[in-house]
Design a protein around this ligand. Structure first.
Ligand SMILES: *[C@@H]1O[C@H](CO)[C@@H](O)[C@H](O)[C@H]1NC(C)=O
Ligand SMILES: *[C@@H]1O[C@H](CO)[C@@H](O)[C@H](O)[C@H]1NC(C)=O
Ligand SMILES: *[C@@H]1O[C@H](CO)[C@@H](O)[C@H](O)[C@H]1NC(C)=O
Ligand SMILES: *[C@@H]1O[C@H](CO)[C@@H](O)[C@H](O)[C@H]1NC(C)=O
Ligand SMILES: *[C@@H]1O[C@H](CO)[C@@H](O)[C@H](O)[C@H]1NC(C)=O
Ligand SMILES: *[C@@H]1O[C@H](CO)[C@@H](O)[C@H](O)[C@H]1NC(C)=O
Length: 587
């Protein structure tokens, strides 16, 4: 019995001892890991922990930290909708199963801390992650409690594992892409001026333009080199977006419109925000020989005629204060009223009554108003003829003198997105071009056969060019827009590991106003590279200092016809009288 008690006591003692040891071990590991997490938080702030994998130290540890924790049992098969300031803690390997693209994509850059169980080769782990373009990896082994050593993968450029002691001041994670030490970035430029333009400097092919400059500066900042791949001129420009999707390039020197893509997986943050409208030919001026026609408005003529009849009636009545002389011919051919309205002199009856004088006053006033109005119209329109009306809505677009030209790709996208404005345009008014490059060439030469689609961003350099023209050829129509807000992003490879650095760089360039500056200079860069000229493409008509007979020819012709008609009437009246008398004599 005593033995049994003793044995039991011993067992109890040993059990407690054993428990004490493992608790000690456990708490030591926990304690050191906690220190590590705090150190990592100081290096770079995080407010969310993502813990996944089988049960391990991290699960109990997270209770001691005041951060949000997301626990995952096995797969990453869900959409990451939490903070981007996340530290990923993983227990062992073999957990990177599946995982939706967007989650891996969003968490690609986040720091990962792995606890390794058993003996796994450290270099294997780094290799696995590097193949997935994940470079921010560190791991600790089971004996971390005692050793305090963290292994950090520095696999960019050369494979290298750095051992950092917890008490050291050295950072555990570093931004490995801050200095790329001459590594090449594969780029494909679209070479569409003024965004990117190619030129030769010594033996090197270089690029300039407000998109090219952005990429050039980025490479310079990261100490990387640019590996240029020039597209065959016959390939479509949208090929660049396709290459980005298929990981055939790192960056495209190209602007991809938000209209064409649904997500930003293979694109940077928006670089430019602009509107997308029609560039319409400035309406022509009305020719001089039409000036007479446009100032004679039928409604105004009608009002004048009614006024004329009323004045005639009043004159007829007030002469004798009776309707005795009332007849149609007296109203329509009232010479006083007619001469009065045309500003001519007419006989003023002696001792006219007050009422008659009053009516004459009205007549004179109407005459002054009428004559000065038409005189002013005529003189100002002859000095500067008005233009034909501007088109203000898509409903009236058929009235434009020229068709609107568009590429097949754009037409498809606008149709598939049910762009109501685009669907309002009658099909016969559109001219669809297969080749975008051909169309851009037409637009760049301001070919007057069509109206074009343009972004406000591109228009800004056309506007600069227009300043050289004597007469504007096109104007940017703010009323005829397919979209007032479209984003342009730079195509990037899906898993580009320095995407965050690029986005940050891009925003900084915007912030400092460099993009605005480059855009302002883009037209002159084009001139410098010989891509456009300082010529006046508007071909202004020779200045005509005076009106010529031709300008009023049809008025004179009309006058001649009217005179002939009068003569004919007069002759027929005479003839009629003669004929009547002759018949009377015969009877
Ligand atoms: C367990 O460890 C603590 C110190 O961590 C010690 O104070 C205690 O005496 C130990 N218990 C036993 C049974 O050894
Ligand atoms: C995930 O990305 C791969 C290439 O990295 C691609 O082939 C696959 O289609 C993508 N899956 C989805 C659902 O987008
Ligand atoms: C930039 O990269 C080159 C290798 O191409 C390297 O020799 C140089 O030291 C790097 N510059 C800096 C500032 O690290
Ligand atoms: C340009 O290339 C030629 C031969 O292709 C070479 O001889 C010359 O040294 C190069 N010049 C520069 C500045 O690289
Ligand atoms: C466009 O309209 C058609 C029919 O009006 C509809 O079937 C289609 O789903 C719409 N598409 C979009 C992207 O709204
Ligand atoms: C404008 O384009 C049309 C059709 O493509 C072409 O026939 C015409 O020659 C061009 N005009 C000019 C001035 O280039």
């Amino acid at each position: 019995m005593t033995w049994l008690v003793i044995i039991l006591c011993f067992r109890g003692y040993f059990a407690v001892q054993m428990a004490n040891i493992s608790v000690q071990d456990q708490s030591l590991m926990d304690y050191e890991l906690l220190r590590l997490l705090l150190k990592l938080r100081q290096e770079e702030f995080y407010d969310t922990l993502l813990v996944y994998g089988e049960d391990c130290e991290f699960h109990s540890l997270t209770r001691n930290l005041d951060v949000a924790v997301v626990l995952l049992s096995d797969t990453m098969n869900f959409d990451w909708i939490f903070s981007s300031l996340t530290l990923i803690l993983s227990c062992g390997l073999g957990i990177e199963k599946g995982g939706s693209n967007s989650t891996t994509f969003k968490l690609q850059r986040n720091r990962r801390l792995v606890v390794l169980k058993g003996d796994v080769q450290p270099s294997n782990i780094c290799d696995i992650y590097t193949q997935k373009d994940q470079y921010n990896i560190a791991f600790v082994k089971e004996n971390f409690g005692e050793s305090n050593v963290i292994y950090s993968c520095r696999y960019f450029q050369e494979p290298n594992i750095e051992e950092v002691h917890l008490s050291e001041a050295r950072p555990i994670f570093i931004e490995q892409f801050r200095n790329m030490k001459g590594k090449a970035i594969r780029i494909v430029p679209d070479l569409l001026p003024p965004r990117s333009m190619q030129y030769q400097d010594a033996n090197e092919t270089k690029m300039i333009g407000y998109v090219a400059n952005l990429i050039n500066n980025f490479a310079q900042k990261l100490n990387a080199t640019l590996q240029l791949h020039i597209l065959n001129p016959s390939t479509s420009i949208t090929e660049i977006s396709r290459m980005a999707r298929d990981d055939e390039l790192d960056m495209g020197v190209f602007l991809e419109a938000s209209l064409f893509s649904t997500n930003l997986d293979t694109a940077s943050y928006p670089y430019l925000l602009t509107s997308y409208c029609l560039m319409v030919q400035v309406p022509e001026k009305v020719p001089y020989n039409w000036v007479y026609a446009i100032i004679v408005d039928p409604l105004v003529l009608g009002i004048i005629f009614v006024m004329f009849c009323l004045l005639s009636l009043l004159l007829i009545y007030s002469q004798k204060m009776s309707w005795q002389k009332l007849s149609l011919s007296n109203i329509l051919l009232n010479d006083k009223s007619l001469r009065g309205l045309l500003g001519q002199s007419f006989p003023f009856p002696l001792n006219a009554s007050k009422k008659l004088r009053l009516i004459f006053t009205i007549l004179c006033f109407a005459s002054i108003m009428l004559n000065t109005m038409y005189d002013a119209y005529l003189q100002s329109y002859f000095t500067d003829p008005p233009s034909e009306p501007y088109i203000r809505s898509f409903k009236d677009i058929g009235k434009l003198r020229h068709k609107t030209v568009i590429t097949a790709t754009e037409a498809n996208v606008l149709t598939s997105t049910n762009n109501t404005k685009f669907l309002e345009i009658p099909k016969k008014h559109l001219r669809i071009y297969e080749s975008a490059r051909e169309l851009l060439a037409l637009r760049d030469t301001f070919n007057l056969s069509y109206n074009y689609l343009v972004t406000e961003d591109r228009w800004s350099s056309y506007a600069e060019q227009h300043k050289l023209f004597k007469e504007p050829m096109f104007y940017y129509s703010n009323d005829l827009c397919f979209s007032r807000m479209i984003f342009f992003s730079i195509p990037l490879r899906r898993q580009l590991p320095y995407r965050h650095l690029f986005n940050e760089h891009m925003m900084r360039q915007q912030e400092f106003g460099l993009v605005k500056y480059w855009k302002g200079h883009s037209f002159f860069d084009m001139v410098r590279l010989g891509l456009t000229t300082l010529e006046d493409l508007s071909q202004p008509k020779p200045y005509s200092p005076s009106l010529v007979m031709e300008d009023i020819s049809w008025i004179v012709k009309l006058y001649l016809i009217a005179t002939l008609l009068c003569v004919f009437c007069f002759m027929s009246e005479l003839g009629w009288e003669k004929w009547k008398r002759w018949r009377e004599l015969r009877n």
